[in-house]
Ligand binder design. Structure first.
Ligand code: TXA
Ligand code: MG
Length: 318
């Protein structure tokens, strides 16, 4: 694996060519780092599954450079979905739409729909732009972690997760820390009413304000396969505890106005909710790095991204 630590246009072209040649490229997005492959190359895509250790029936999000590309990948797109795309792309939102011929079973997990996203990250957009200039149609990318583990929010975290599984011709592009820090909001747009399958930085209120339709929010026993909906996910090695008191020697995560309990190891003190999201996964990794066995977390109150943070904390705690 080659690390691109200074992603100039020349380096980005090299990475785009590697994707066209069927290799894997881990790249930064504003949410978390993704492990990318040419979304039309079944062999390349199958390597994503083996590198991640992920079950084959879990669909992948296809990343595209702009809203115009959705017409390649999706059909029968409802008006409200076009509106959402116009308003929130590039951005931390994935739309699930009825697939076109281009979205094969190896991308969709044999479902009739496909997940699409335009990331708001300059390196990612440059990579997508170069890749499309070379004749590519989209980059399939799950979060660049082993299955069930914590999503990486830095290039170092990608190497830690996947370094030993990547080949010499694969790349990891360092684009600095992920600005949002938790995965995109996933919105199922295959029915009349949009349905939020995974909460994220684009909130239900933002969706409602944009399209004047109140989205439904799905429950755990959704029939659509979203791997984030497995009982344990986004989980560090340390046990995540979101209730009860904090014991000495345990890791501790809470907003900065909450003091550290006696003997606890402070892992993050975010000043606000955005900072909370941005630092959460790094805090999990720090706990594992120091071999802590338990992380005690005080979840943030409220709606908006607080909801997405609580969702990840619940998943991480199993
Ligand atoms: O922020 C993100 O979404 C990041 C960055 C890299 O873009 N990607 C990401 O991908 O989180 P992943 O694969 O780790 O999580 C995407 C989730 C998976 O649980 C997958 O099952 C679900 O989205 N998903 C993808 N396509 C889907 C589809 N067509 N229908 C239902 N769920 C889908
Ligand atoms: Mg993931």
């Amino acid at each position: 694996m080659e690390i691109i630590s200074n992603p100039t246009q020349v380096e980005i072209k090299k990475a785009a060519q590697a994707l066209r040649d069927g290799h894997l490229v881990a790249f930064p997005t504003e949410t978390v780092y993704g492990l990318g492959a040419d979304a039309t190359n079944s062999k390349a895509v199958s390597r994503i599954y083996s590198v991640k250790g992920r079950p084959k029936d879990h669909p992948l999000i296809v990343h595209i450079s702009s809203m115009q590309q959705i017409y390649k990948w999706a059909v029968d797109i409802p008006e409200y979905a076009e509106k959402l795309a116009n308003e929130f792309w590039p951005g931390p939102m994935t739309l699930i739409l009825k697939r076109s011929e281009l979205a094969k079973d190896f991308i969709t997990g044999r479902q009739n729909n496909v997940g699409l996203r335009v990331p708001a990250q300059s390196v990612a957009l440059a990579l997508l732009g170069e890749f499309e200039k070379m004749g590519g149609s989209g980059i399939a990318a799950p979060s660049a972690n082993r299955f069930g583990a914590v999503s990486p929010t830095s290039a170092d975290a990608v190497q830690e997760e996947l370094g030993k599984y990547l080949d010499t011709k694969d790349f990891v592009i360092d684009g600095g820390p992920a600005m949002v820090g938790i995965e995109s909001t996933i919105i199922d747009c295959t029915s009349e009413i949009p349905r939020i399958l995974r909460p994220g930085a684009i909130t239900a209120d933002m969706v409602k304000a944009s399209i004047k339709i109140v989205p439904s929010v799905s429950t755990l026993n959704s029939s659509i396969r979203v791997s984030g909906m497995l009982p344990t996910h986004y989980a560090p090695n340390a046990k995540v505890k979101i209730t009860g008191n904090t014991n000495s020697g345990e890791g501790f995560i809470a907003l900065s106005n909450i003091p550290t309990p006696d003997g606890a190891v402070r892992l993050a003190s975010p000043n606000n909710l955005d900072e909370y999201a941005k630092t959460l996964y790094t805090a999990f990794r720090t706990a594992d790095f120091h071999g802590l066995t338990t992380i005690s977390v005080i979840p943030p109150n409220g709606d908006g991204i607080a909801l997405a943070i609580r969702d990840r904390l619940i998943k991480a705690s199993g």
